[in-house]
Design a protein around this ligand. Sequence first.
Ligand SMILES: C[S@@+](CC[C@H](N)C(=O)[O-])C[C@H]1O[C@@H](n2cnc3c(N)ncnc32)[C@H](O)[C@@H]1O
Length: 165
Amino acid sequence: MPSSRFLIDRLLRPIDFNSATSIVELGVGTGCITRTLLERMSPDCSLTCVEVDEEFVQACASIGDDRLSVHQACATDLKSVLSAGGVGAVDYIVSSVPLSILDDDLADDILEVAQSCLRPGGKFLQYQYSLTYLSRLTARYGGVRLGFTLRNFPPAFVYECVQRG
Ligand SMILES: C[S@@+](CC[C@H](N)C(=O)[O-])C[C@H]1O[C@@H](n2cnc3c(N)ncnc32)[C@H](O)[C@@H]1O
């Protein structure tokens, strides 16, 4: 089931859309977060999306926005996707990859690569239906701001992690 508008609002709340110039989305699914990002982004901001599922990639690419590039790849390939597109360290990474159902090593690799692609002060934003990744994200980023919304099925936690300078 796609994320509710309440969860999307909560997840994207930390983003300063006036200053953001590069945003990444990991795991686009049907594109509900993608569309909201595009609505809020400035004309100069780029959105790079990475998704493993071919049908979702095609549906998302058909949104047809010049600021959007959609890539069929695993989130672990983010660094090479960005460098192929000439995008440097990014301001925000919005992730809905389902960490808790992925193999532990794969999930850790995704978190490692995502962190390496953020600029100092950049933010990694992730939702999860449980708190299983809170301690791992806290260890990586030295602290996590935790949000929660009941107005989603299922209710969800939101992690806001800031890349240290
Ligand atoms: C729970 S859905 C989220 C969809 C949408 N963003 C939303 O919030 O409703 C998770 C998405 O992550 C994608 N995904 C799973 N593993 C992935 C990976 N390793 N790399 C990139 N995308 C992945 C799935 O194909 C799916 O589209």
